[in-house]
Structures are given as C-alpha cells and as structure tokens.
Design a protein around this ligand. Sequence first.
Ligand code: FAD
Length: 317
Amino acid sequence: MNVIDLINSTEKTAFSFEILPPLKGTGIEKVYETIDLLREFDPKYINITTHRSEYVYRELGNGLFERKKFHRRPGTVAVAAAIQNKYGITTVPHVLCSGFTREDTELILLDLQFLCITDLLVLRGDKAKHESAFTPEPGGYTHAIELEEQINNFNKGIFVDGSEMKITRTPFSYGVACYPEKHEESPNLESDLYWLKRKVEAGAEYAVTQLFYDNAKFFRFVEKARQAGIRVPIIPGIKPFSKLSQLSMLPKTFKVDLPEPLVHEVLKCKNDEEVRQVGVEWCVQQCRELMAHGAPSIHFYSVGASLSLRDVARQVY
Ligand code: FAD
C-alpha cells in the first residue's frame, strides 16, 4: 500500500519516521537497531534520506591538492530495499535534484521499479556544502517541481530522452516538502504556498513539513494552505529536542524558531539527559495537540533522537 492509502486507511494518527543511510564504510546495523526500537509503534512507512556528494580535498604530498567527489552517505535505494524486505514496512526513499542529473535520477527510478518500491519524497535537496546558493547539476533541475515532471513522464512510460519503455509497471506516487515557517529562500509565506500548490497540482499526494516546535505556526500554515486551495494531507514533521547544543544548531540548520517556554526550560537543565527529558515532554505535548487536531500522521525525524522518540511514542501511541 502506498503512503496516501496507508494514511487514509487508518482513523488514528499514523506513525512514521525518517532515517539516514549509514555513513560510507559503516554497516546497516544501526539502522536496524533504530527500527527495532520503534517497531512496536507500528510505523506505517519509513523514509530514507538522500545526501548529495560533496567535494573533499586530498593532499598529494607535493604541495598540491586533488579535489574529489565524495559520497558520505550513499545507499538510499539499497537501504530502502533492505528495510522493505526485512520488515515488510513501506519505505519512502527521497529523490533529489541536488547533485543528480536527470539521467542519474532515471537510473534510480529504474532500480526502484525493479525493487517494487513505488513511494517517493520528491525534493530539491540541500545545496552543496561549498555553495552559498543552490546550483543545479549540469543536466539536472533547479526545483522539485521539475523532478516531479520527470517522474510523471516515467509513470507514463517516457524516458528523459523521449524514448518509450517497453513495459510500464506500477507508477510511482509521491509527496513533497513544505515549511510552516517558510523556506529560507522564499520572500514570504504566500510565495512559498504558491509553489507548494503548484507542486501539488503537478502530482504530489501529500506534503511533509520541516520540523517545528510551535504548533500554532503549523496550524496557521495549514489554515493558509487550505485558503490557498491546497487540499492534500499536510503531515507535521517533528523532532524531539535532545541536546543543549541544539539551541543554536536547530534554528541555524532548519531556519525554525524555538518557543521561549521551551528555551526557558532547556536553560534550567544541568546536563543533556535533563535536556532530553524536557524535549520528550515538549514533544509529547506537541503530539497530543496535533492528534487532537486530527493530524493524519506524524512524521518523526529520528536522527540522534531515537531513544527520545521511543519515549514519546510510548506516551502518545
Ligand atoms: P523546492 O520545492 O524547489 O523549493 C525551494 C524554494 O524555491 C522555495 O523557497 C520555494 O518557494 C521556491 N520554489 C519552488 N518551486 C519554484 C519554481 N518553480 N520557481 C521558483 N521558485 C520555486 N534535503 C536533502 O538534501 N536530502 C533529504 O533527504 C531531504 N529530506 C527532506 C525531507 C523533508 C520532509 C523536508 C521538509 C526537507 C528535506 N530536505 C532534504 C531539505 C530540502 O531539500 C531543502 O529544504 C531544500 O532547500 C528545498 O527543497 P524543496 O523540495 O522544498 O524545494
């Protein structure tokens, strides 16, 4: 069953989470440990992030450096397949514009088709670490909506060079990203919602939000999205606050505000375990309120927070 059907087929708020593929050279065991920890809460689907390649500099020993492309976290497709096979849980690999040409994407879609993985989250992707602004790959795309178009064509049996597939199988269905506190590059929320609406009209069946800590912002965002004519499910993305260092890291990385009462409680803590407890309590309150407002699903960002997530899920699922 694909994500939209899984969400629609349950009356309760569905549980899902996101994991990262392992760092290159490490095994998949940590991924399995996270899933084993969270399995009892009946995850309806699991997302697997994708990470573009980076450039690293290797000293050649003669005063010169070699610039090399390096994939720190390869393996999204393989991890998605491994999880789906081992646990029988629907997996949702992320597909990106960033760092990928349209031909690269086509090969990924073909692999996924063979593996019977038909759910995707379609994203532009983060800019490369060395870039100050997002630059598309030559032969790649600038925005998620262009990637949607390629996937739609693939679903119709048309490759990027215009040639036709001999056999078409189950088409892909997909969701896209959205931002209750607006995307960092967007001039205002209205403009961001305009593009979200276009992404939905292009074929996205649901949207998953960037993480947030203030439910009021999410509720306002959903209201504005509905006023703008966006009717698909909007799935809140939640990450339990878990470390003191996140006070500056989360706003910097994800462009989100931390509510004053949360900051106040975190600053009273003597160590990270106390911070983690505060984060769990905050997250439980957030989830209860989201559920009371009929959230179709809550999507958890589990990275570095799987224990907190288990503690939260025990209280709300
Ligand atoms: P887009 O939809 O392309 O939007 C980017 C900006 O451009 C927005 O400001 C939007 O308003 C505007 N815009 C959109 N379309 C157009 C258009 N056609 N013309 C002009 N302006 C336009 N990053 C990763 O690298 N890997 C991941 O696995 C990953 N997973 C994520 C999962 C979720 C749920 C979320 C919320 C984000 C994730 N990200 C990931 C981060 C995401 O890729 C970045 O936030 C990225 O900067 C924007 O992606 P997008 O798909 O929203 O882009």
